[in-house]
Design a binder for this molecule. Structure first.
Ligand code: TYD
Length: 203
């Protein structure tokens, strides 16, 4: 038995949290066991690593190693066991974020990230990745109304356009796994696009 692994991606300010909650609720109403989790994070160890990655200065390789270390713990303790018992796992970011932020944003070598991906979660990949996409400038305006910025959120527009290009490249590599959602639209329309993607898959 293997459950579905669904991930949400997008630049900071894309509005993932709202839509993750809504999707989890919808799936629960249909009787699924849903495990909602996030990266970096999802276990005690990984949440501690998250604190370091978001707030301590470090170079791009250190950043990549820490997010993959967090991911290893998360996959082993939470994601793989949940999928094995047939639960649906909805995860706020996964390895596409590493390719987008450390690869695209920081310009770190994608072939090294691909090796780390292979070591850390071999052939475990999301069944569906909902990429909430919008221009960096619009995301920055949305973030300005939210909370204090962490190390990533305080990057400039050019950084976030590179992250966005990183997501586009990941989607081009495995298009069948991805759904690009136009997140520049209002909340209800974004939600309808997400529902349509699930329905298209008969979920
Ligand atoms: P985010 O998921 O946006 O959480 P919140 O909604 O609480 O702000 O924040 C996590 C940050 O970590 C985000 O800026 C992207 C970054 N990140 C990476 O750089 N690499 C990764 O592999 C992951 C999973 C996240």
């Amino acid at each position: 038995m293997s459950g579905r692994f669904i991930t949400f991606e997008g630049i900071d300010g894309a509005g993932k949290s709202t839509h993750i909650d809504a999707l989890a609720e919808r799936l629960r109403q249909r009787g699924a066991e849903v495990v909602c989790t996030r990266e970096p994070g999802g276990t005690d160890l990984a949440e501690q690593l998250r604190e370091l990655v978001l707030h301590r200065p470090m170079d791009a390789l250190t950043e990549a190693l820490l997010v993959f270390a967090a991911r290893r713990d998360h996959v082993q303790r939470v994601i793989a066991p949940a999928l094995a018992r047939g639960a649906t796992v909805v995860c706020d970011r996964f390895t596409d974020a590493t390719f987008a932020y450390q690869g695209g944003g920081r310009g770190f070598d994608g072939s090294i990230l691909a090796q780390l991906e292979q070591w850390v979660h071999g052939n475990l990949q999301p069944a569906l990745t909902l990429w909430l996409d919008l221009p960096a400038e619009m995301a920055a305006q949305r973030r300005a109304q939210a909370r204090a910025a962490d190390r990533f959120e305080s990057e400039d527009l050019a950084f976030f356009e590179r992250v966005r290009a990183g997501y586009a490249a990941r989607m081009a590599a495995t298009p069948q796994r991805f759904a690009r959602i136009d997140s520049s639209l209002d909340r209800a329309t974004v939600s309808a696009q997400i529902t349509a993607e699930l329905e298209r898959r008969g979920w």
